[in-house]
Design a protein around this ligand. Structure first.
Ligand SMILES: Cc1cc2nc3c(=O)[nH]c(=O)nc-3n(C[C@H](O)[C@H](O)[C@H](O)COP(=O)(O)OP(=O)(O)OC[C@H]3O[C@@H](n4cnc5c(N)ncnc54)[C@H](O)[C@@H]3O)c2cc1C
Length: 505
């Protein structure tokens, strides 16, 4: 027996909760998440902030122009314009929900980040913006107790009726399959960082929404564009975790420099902006240092004791690794950070299949083009999410779904040792060959290896979806032969075989 809803939202990050809250007028709403609602996913980890043109002299058209510039003009212009114009209202909404943005003398404090032409980044708790935003979205959810929560549930397959998406099959924490049906299904499943060996993203960010949408027949877009953050805290030698603590750009903005193990700065030779060059430029320079056999560090010693109060998250993360950044170099690596591509949607967040929508990092609205402007992603997740929820609520309750097509997919198998091995192997291949610097030869090799792994995995095994999304990203990367934005293709065969950050551990 399937449970009937008006709306099913898969994902409880900033995007998913904004949809659910926006749809306040609908009574039958289900929110599905892999962990505790509103506490899993990337949103709680967002440190930097949220962009909105609310400062003196700034305007949505300036914000839009900066977004287009960062995206190398591959952006969808109407989507960008809509987002920049919606941003001030998103901030008003968040304030009305109780978000405590940082202020100075009663006014919102606005930070300036690389590639923004005005100070327009709102922060909360210094570097805890995502956590504060999510705290308020979760509290707002408690005021809507009729929203049904499916926590610790894994969406395994989209249910269809004819060509339309009409529901989701879930596996709950007891391993049982549960079917939910609704005429509106929203995928808000977040990013793909976990497809890579090193990432700032949490474990849930494995691109499962992209796999679900693709297997149901929905169109995807811009999959090749993966943004790498240049500085995450390097793992310890014995650390097999893929998620690494992010070392914020603000640290470099405050004067910290990048050096190799000889203490030599290298960014000056790469860009006139040195350490403050765009993310992709800095990430490639770090990669290049490894390729030359060097290790890379952040030198923040000149900030001394002020590090503790100005960058508490960084200070604590160093402390946990027995590093004192006041007197020591801190080893860093780049890490997969944000996916510009995803499930292709229109301006109303509608995917190419009727009944299916996507929001947040899982979606490709076209806002980010070939590279994301910092602090636009929380904004996009909330703005598009809330607007979709409101629009669906205006339509009112829907007719019950009478029946669904028989499920095509094999029942999901439990995670096996083989899955874990395949998953780790795929992450390493993505890191080495589909990462910061790509070559046609290595992309082709990576594709072949994914094909082999796909053939060897049993239908329904957990690693199969991961390998599928890796393959789709590689295919998209191969199709785009020129370098643009986050997709950098080096046409020589002389790139070092593997500039592994293990060397810096
Ligand atoms: C360390 C870090 C710092 C960042 N800093 C910033 C910043 O300063 N500013 C900014 O704008 N952006 C920042 N970002 C990016 C931003 O946080 C994300 O893009 C954004 O939070 C994504 O929100 P989301 O709701 O789309 O996905 P998420 O918050 O990742 O939520 C995804 C949800 O989907 C669920 N899910 C996934 N798959 C399934 C499945 N198969 N079945 C059921 N549930 C599923 C998860 O459980 C989770 O609830 C940062 C990201 C990281 C990792």
């Amino acid at each position: 027996m399937a449970e009937q809803f008006d709306l099913i939202v898969v994902g409880s990050g900033a995007a998913g909760l904004s949809v659910a809250l926006g749809a306040g007028g609908l009574l039958r709403v289900a929110v599905v998440s892999r962990g505790v609602l509103g506490l899993d996913g990337a949103s709680c980890w967002a440190q930097g902030g949220i962009a909105a043109a609310v400062g003196p002299g700034d305007s949505p058209s300036q914000h839009a122009a900066d977004t287009l510039h960062a995206g190398h003009r591959l952006n969808h212009k109407s989507a960008v314009r809509w987002l920049a114009e919606a941003a001030p209202d998103v901030i008003r909404w968040l304030l009305s929900l109780g978000v405590q943005f940082d202020t100075h003398q009663g006014r919102l404090t606005l930070g300036r980040e690389a590639a923004h032409s005005f100070p327009r980044i709102l922060h909360a708790g210094g570097d805890a913006t995502g956590a504060e935003v999510m705290r308020c979205l979760r509290e707002a959810m408690t005021r809507q107790p009729w929203i049904e929560r499916y926590e610790f549930c894994e969406a395994q397959e989209l249910l269809k009726r004819g060509g339309n998406v009409v529901g989701v099959a879930l596996r709950n924490r007891r391993g049982e399959t549960v079917r939910l049906v609704a005429p509106n299904v929203v995928l808000a499943t977040g990013g793909i960082g976990q497809l890579y060996r090193y990432t700032t993203n949490p474990i849930e960010a494995d691109g499962s929404g992209i796999a679900l949408a693709h297997l149901a027949g929905a169109e995807l877009a811009d999959l090749e564009f993966v943004q790498f953050h240049p500085t995450a805290l390097a793992p310890r030698a014995d650390d097999s975790n893929t998620q690494l603590p992010l070392v914020t750009e603000a640290l470099r903005g405050a004067g910290a420099t990048l050096v190799n193990e000889t203490g030599s700065r290298f960014m000056g030779a790469v860009s006139g902006q040195a350490e403050l060059a765009p993310r992709d430029v800095v990430a490639r320079a770090v990669w290049d240092q490894w390729a030359r056999g060097h290790r890379v560090f952040i030198d923040a010693r000149q900030m001394g004791d002020s590090l503790r109060s100005r960058f508490p998250s960084f200070f604590e993360a160093c402390k946990a690794r027995q590093i004192d950044p006041r007197v020591q170099f801190v080893p860093v690596v780049p890490a997969a950070h944000y996916h510009m591509g995803g499930i292709k949607v229109d301006l109303h967040s509608m995917a190419s299949l009727k009944g299916l929508y996507a929001v947040g990092e899982a979606a490709c609205t076209g806002v980010h083009g070939a590279n994301r402007l910092a602090s636009n992603s929380l904004l996009e997740a909330i703005a598009y999410g809330r607007s979709l929820g409101e629009r669906l609520a205006q339509r009112g309750p829907a007719q019950p779904i009478a029946a669904v097509d028989p499920q095509a997919q094999a029942p999901i198998r439990p995670l096996s040792t083989n899955d874990k091995l395949v998953s780790a192997r795929a992450q390493q291949i993505m890191w080495n060959d589909v990462g910061i610097v790509r070559t046609p030869e290595r992309l082709t090799q990576a594709l072949q290896q994914m094909h082999v792994m796909e053939r060897r995995l049993l239908p329904g095994s957990p690693a199969l979806r991961q390998v599928l999304v890796c393959r789709l990203i590689i295919e998209a990367a191969i199709k785009r032969s020129e370098s643009i934005g986050a997709h950098y293709v080096e046409n020589t065969k002389n790139i070092a075989a593997s500039a592994s950050p293990r060397a810096v551990a």
